[in-house]
Design a protein around this ligand. Structure first.
Ligand SMILES: *[C@@H]1O[C@H](CO)[C@@H](O)[C@H](O)[C@H]1NC(C)=O
Ligand SMILES: *[C@@H]1O[C@H](CO)[C@@H](O)[C@H](O)[C@H]1NC(C)=O
Ligand SMILES: *[C@@H]1O[C@H](CO)[C@@H](O)[C@H](O)[C@H]1NC(C)=O
Length: 295
């Protein structure tokens, strides 16, 4: 009897581990360090719609529902109310509403999806103090999900695994491109202490480079890296660059992403951590991410 109970107990234990949900949809990612996972990212994720200044076709929730786990967006002060909003270049051109509302959307999604690690990369377009961002985070109720590294900056090989982040419930990683200050707001991480980026505003559809653009003079050692695989067109040769919507299927094809990623890994000896894309609803963003993660 004791033996049978013991066997039943062991069987339950085994079942318990079997039904345990995967990390970001894949068991193989659970034991991978965050810094060793490749993500496709939605460039200008809040700016959704058919206009030239809009870079995405899916809403933020749809981006997340369809597997996008890295969201980038630019912020500015809304000139009338003074609130901090996701705006593209200026709030006159494109205003996607308060940062706190966007964060609340992400929080609702995290609430409903407990085994997912999500990253936000926020562009501080008006160089506002980091405390202004913190108050948006406070209002949205999302702070308890944020990951705070034990030291700042954390070394590239010291990141926790996705499973560790999920178990701890700290599965939102937040980067700010300028103005971060860990001594004031420890969960808002300084993007360029952790990453380097390739050039943006690309108009070459072959993406035939993988240079370090920012921070200037940075070396790759010790940094994760972000590849801007977003294609622009020069509007009527005016020098005004707008996202190339018509070619999004080709730009976001597995072949195009793989070619640039191979170029990059040939130079840096490891895959990109992030491939930023416009129009993640077009092309093969998730197959490309899976390929980069050897899934
Ligand atoms: C990528 O490109 C966009 C514009 O095309 C630029 O605004 C942005 O700073 C670049 N880098 C990131 C991380 O978005
Ligand atoms: C980068 O290096 C160049 C050449 O050494 C130098 O002129 C420039 O000031 C450096 N830029 C920064 C931001 O350190
Ligand atoms: C993760 O590690 C593997 C094995 O070293 C490597 O091939 C891959 O490029 C790494 N990916 C990233 C994003 O660091």
């Amino acid at each position: 009897m004791v033996l049978i109970n013991l066997l039943a107990f062991l069987l339950l234990l085994r079942l318990g581990t079997l039904v345990q949900a995967a990390c970001n949809g894949h068991d193989e990612l659970c034991n991978r360090q965050y810094s060793n996972v490749s993500f496709v990212g939605a460039h200008d994720s809040p700016f959704v719609g058919p206009l030239p200044q809009q870079n995405q076709g899916w809403s933020v929730t749809e981006q997340l529902d369809n597997g996008i786990r890295f969201l980038q967006g630019q912020t500015h002060h809304e000139p009338f109310t003074g609130s901090l909003n996701f705006c593209h270049t200026s709030c006159f051109l494109e205003d996607a509403g308060p940062v706190a509302d966007y964060l609340a959307t992400v929080k609702n999604w995290l609430d409903a999806n407990p085994d997912e690690v999500v990253t936000l990369l926020i562009v501080n377009g008006d160089s506002v103090p980091v405390a202004d961002f913190a108050s948006e985070f406070d209002h949205s109720g999302i702070v308890s999900y944020t990951y705070v590294p034990p030291i700042s900056p954390l070394f590239i090989d010291a990141w926790p695994t996705l499973q560790e982040m999920i178990t701890a419930g700290t599965r939102l990683v937040v980067f700010l491109d300028s103005g971060a200050d860990a001594s004031q707001v420890p969960y808002i991480l300084d993007e360029f202490a952790y990453f380097f980026e390739t050039p943006y505003d690309q108009t070459d559809p072959t993406f035939s480079q993988c240079k370090i653009d920012r921070p200037s003079n940075a070396t790759a050692a010790g940094r994760m890296y972000l590849v801007n695989h977003t294609l622009n067109i020069n509007l009527l040769d005016t020098g005004i660059l707008i996202p190339d919507r018509d070619d999004a299927c080709t730009t976001n094809s597995l072949a195009s992403i793989e070619a640039q990623a191979n170029l990059c890994s040939g130079i840096y000896g490891r895959n990109p951590n992030v491939i930023l894309l416009d129009f993640v609803d077009q092309g093969e963003a998730i197959p490309a991410e899976n390929m980069l993660n050897s899934l």
